[in-house]
Design a protein around this ligand. Structure first.
Ligand code: ADP
Length: 182
């Protein structure tokens, strides 16, 4: 029997996650940046940027995803995706683009036969996506993907929350997966 993919939320720094791939909330230039992007490039070392330059000479479109080496990170790969800048779109278009970023990241993972993937809360930092709405959109997309035939190849998807507050949002949004927030 094929095991059911697991979904979990943890509080932590994504650069320390022991998974096949961590997802980077990159920008479309794909040359590093602040927030989680900066943390991933710092921890991964110059090999990550070199691979970004080689593999994405023209960057990456919003809602799309692609992989690079993980350099010195404990994960094997980094899957880079570009979430929407919330203020640049209507709420429904921002949601569509955010869900596209999650879906394309998971498709990259499956395409490379990866089993375990960790996500940060894409677009909810400097890109300004309201956290509760982003969490609902992310959960809807990821659970739909995991329930699909493609998703059954994955073993574990981790939502890596940088703060207790972010973790509590996941727990409140989906206590069935993550337990009730205290
Ligand atoms: P974006 O530009 O997509 O908004 P940010 O990096 O500004 O990306 O923020 C995305 C989310 O990543 C935020 O919720 C932020 O708190 C979180 N974050 C920042 N650094 C880390 C990290 N090292 N590990 C996990 N999450 C992080």
């Amino acid at each position: 029997m094929v095991p059911m993919p697991q979904l979990t939320a943890v509080r932590g720094d994504i650069t320390t996650q022991q998974v096949d791939a961590i997802v980077n909330a990159a920008n479309s230039a794909m040359r590093g940046g602040g927030g989680v992007d900066g943390a991933i490039h710092r921890a991964g070392g110059p090999a990550v940027l070199e691979d970004c330059i080689a593999r994405f000479p023209r960057g990456l479109a919003t809602g799309d995803a692609g992989w690079t080496t993980a350099g010195d990170l404990p994960s094997r790969w980094v899957i880079h995706t570009v979430g929407p800048v919330y203020s640049e779109h209507s709420p429904s278009e921002a949601r569509r683009l955010l869900q596209s970023a999650y879906r394309h990241s998971l498709l990259e993972a499956v395409r490379h036969q990866l089993r375990t993937v960790a996500f940060p809360s894409i677009s909810t930092g400097v890109y300004g996506y309201p956290k509760e709405d982003a969490t609902k959109a992310a959960l809807e997309e990821v659970t739909t993907f995991l329930a699909s035939e493609a998703g059954s190849a994955l073993q574990l998807v981790v939502f890596c929350c940088f703060s207790e507050h972010d973790l509590a949002v996941y727990q409140r949004t989906a206590p069935i997966f993550f337990g009730a927030a205290l």
